[in-house]
Design a protein around this ligand. Structure first.
Ligand code: SAM
Ligand code: SF4
Length: 328
């Protein structure tokens, strides 16, 4: 499926819930959250129906996210259904890792292809300050389970860290996970001014790179992944894995964007920063046929915004949802 800019859209991120067991300060408020009602959230059957239609349009890579996807009951059942969908070649999960140790065996059994584990620090107190939950040991249990699975080549593993002023002292310790583990990438994702993220200053790729080069020596560029996402990879002398940078602020990558997003309530979002898109749940539930839904998806993708405008302040068309509602 091509959009008006000629970009091939082949990747869909699906948020399965707005609920989460953490409260990361740049993502969710501490209190006063108004949860989406259960009846507004797509059922697994509705998600699978839509995945089948997206696959007909050339989407072959799917990532489940949230909120925290593992807090939704029986997620492996959904992964299994997506894996069975003709045309889908790859299914991954983005998780905070809190419930991963318990659920990883079932996810591997149904053939999950990749895990992205979000981890901003290895320091217990700092983790509790950033996530508002004293739960580092649970995230580390999830990390260790995922590292074992990656070591035996059962999945691809990426550790994602959002660099902030607060966790600057942790960039090097986190990068050591890539030094010590094969088939494991540690990626630094520049904080975007979306939702509560707008209240925190972004620490840039250049700052992280400088800290890592001081610790590990000059970065060695890695070949760009064919058809992959926006991450640019390097490695360092003696590293087994890679370090990646996803730098929406300082290295804008919109011209190569290949993705769209489905919120937990079934809204197809065509750009992270804009509200643009279409309510697919409405079409599903009012009995619109598949042809009408396919046409609505194609029309929305055609209108996918050309680029974000993080550098030029707010716009009336901007997204007002928080990241846990969008899925990151
Ligand atoms: N709960 C899961 C997790 O944390 O991995 C999945 C959802 S979370 C919204 C997905 C990713 O978005 C996390 O890695 C989180 O750090 C990142 N994120 C949240 N707000 C962000 C922002 N404003 N800018 C960049 N990344 C953000
Ligand atoms: Fe939850 Fe992920 Fe948001 Fe943290 S970043 S509050 S883990 S959804």
């Amino acid at each position: 499926m091509l959009d008006r800019q000629g970009r091939e859209i082949s990747y869909l991120r699906i948020s399965v819930t707005d609920r989460c067991d953490l409260r990361c300060r740049y993502c969710m408020p501490e209190n006063g959250i108004s949860w989406v009602e259960h009846r507004e959230i797509l059922t697994y059957e509705e998600i699978l129906h839509l995945v089948g239609l997206f696959a007909q349009l050339g989407i072959h890579r799917i990532r489940l996210t949230g909120g925290e996807p593992l807090v939704r009951q029986d997620l492996p059942r959904l992964v299994a259904g997506i894996k069975r969908t003709p045309g889908v070649r790859w299914v991954g999960l983005t998780t905070n890792g809190i419930l991963l140790k318990e659920q990883l065996p079932a996810l591997l059994d149904v053939g999950v292809d990749g895990i992205n584990l979000s981890l901003d620090t290895l320091d217990r107190q700092q983790y509790a300050a950033i996530t508002r939950r004293d739960a580092l040991y649970r995230a580390l249990n999830g990390l260790n389970a995922a590292l074992s699975a990656a070591a035996s080549d059962r999945l691809t593993l990426k550790i994602n860290c959002v660099p902030t002023a607060e966790n600057a002292g942790q960039w090097v310790p986190l990068a050591r996970i890539a030094r010590d583990n094969e088939r494991t990438d540690v990626r630094f994702i520049e904080l975007m001014p979306i939702g509560l993220g707008a209240e925190f200053p972004c620490r840039t790729e250049a700052e992280v790179r400088a800290a890592l080069e001081t610790a590990f020596g000059p970065a060695i560029p890695c070949p760009q992944e064919h058809g992959g996402g926006p991450s640019r990879y390097v490695t360092f002398p003696g590293f087994r894995g890679r370090v990646g940078f996803i730098s929406a602020i300082t290295h804008q990558f919109c011209s190569g964007c290949n993705r769209v997003r489905l919120t937990a309530t079934g809204f197809l979002k065509t750009c992270l920063q804009y509200r643009a898109g279409v309510d697919l749940r409405g079409l599903l539930r009012n009995g619109s046929g598949d042809q009408a839904i396919l046409a609505a998806i194609e029309a929305a993708v055609q209108e996918k915004p050309a680029a974000h405008h993080f550098h030029t302040g707010r716009d009336t068309e901007d997204e007002t949802r928080t990241m846990n509602q969008i899925g990151g």
